[in-house]
Design a protein around this ligand. Structure first.
Ligand SMILES: [Zn+2]
Length: 283
């Protein structure tokens, strides 16, 4: 993917300097002090100092270097691409304005409106604060543990999360959440799979429109994204982690389904077809 020198989104919130040390050196007591100090109106630099014991302070990336690091620039360009594509598609297809999400970079653990989350859970979207959260260390995991290298594999991960933001803006997330209390776990999981496949479809729709700008995306990029979608299928992850597959426990869909829905979005480029994710398995 050609991304160097292209527009970077300003909607990136870098919380790596603050969250990291809390995770490593903090502990409950430190967090409590920080909360009290936040209420007293302490400036963020002071909070960061409390959170980081001297030993950890040395490991922290200097703010200057952090602001300019390549990975952050890359995700900012991908986010800008998403803003551009959805900014056009929303008025065209949904007669609405696209409200851009914020992308939060964190290390280790992060507080979102949806609760405290650990990086181990992978990147996620919180519908309550409309933010995408990602610990960039996930990209190493994607490469090493899941065998899915490449910058477009990384772009796909972000586009999938923004797919959840699209679902949120269109009221789909709310509808599904409101059904939850009435469903068995098995049925809720099925619905969750539909939501995830739809997000993969929306990532494909995004890729369709980005691929139209000459020279930004090529065949190899698409292969990287497809490989990533396959690598994070429930069946493959379950086989890898526990040695066997439990379809009722699937929450994201199989590798085959994830690839199929991504490719369907890529081929069609029409977000209105997203409804089909709840109707049929065969796009
Ligand atoms: Zn998802």
């Amino acid at each position: 993917m050609r991304w160097e020198g292209r527009r970077q989104s300003k909607n990136v919130e870098d919380r790596r300097a603050i969250a990291g040390p809390v995770m490593v050196g903090g502990g409950l007591f430190t967090i409590l002090i920080m909360i009290v100090m936040m209420f007293l109106g302490a400036p963020p630099e002071q909070l960061a100092k409390i959170a980081a014991p001297p030993a950890q302070q040395q490991q922290r990336i200097p703010p200057q270097q952090q602001a300019n690091d390549e990975m952050k620039q890359f995700v900012s360009v991908v986010l800008a691409d998403n803003e551009d594509v959805w900014g056009k598609l929303f008025p065209q297809h949904f007669q609405a304005r696209f409200q851009p999400p914020t992308l939060v970079l964190f290390t280790g653990r992060v507080q979102s409106a949806c609760g405290l989350a650990s990086a181990a859970a992978g990147p996620f979207y919180c519908p309550l604060d409309k933010k995408v959260y990602i610990d960039l260390a996930f990209y190493d995991e994607l490469k090493r543990r899941f065998g899915a290298p490449g910058d477009f594999a990384q772009a796909y991960v972000i586009a999938h999360e923004i797919g959840h933001h699209v679902q949120n803006l269109l009221g789909i997330s709310n509808k599904v959440q409101s059904m939850r209390p009435r469903l068995s776990e098995k049925d809720y999981n099925k619905l969750s799979v539909r939501m995830e496949l739809q997000a993969d479809f929306l990532a494909g729709v995004w890729a369709h429109h980005v691929a139209r700008y000459a020279g930004i995306v090529d065949e190899d990029d698409i292969r990287e994204a497809v490989n990533a979608a396959a690598a994070i299928g429930d069946d493959r992850i379950q086989k890898q982690s526990q040695g066997y597959v439990v379809p009722d426990a699937f929450t994201h869909g199989t590798s085959e389904q994830r690839v199929r829905w991504f490719l369907y979005g890529l081929k069609e480029g029409n977000p209105e077809l997203m409804e089909r994710a709840f109707e049929v398995d065969n796009p």
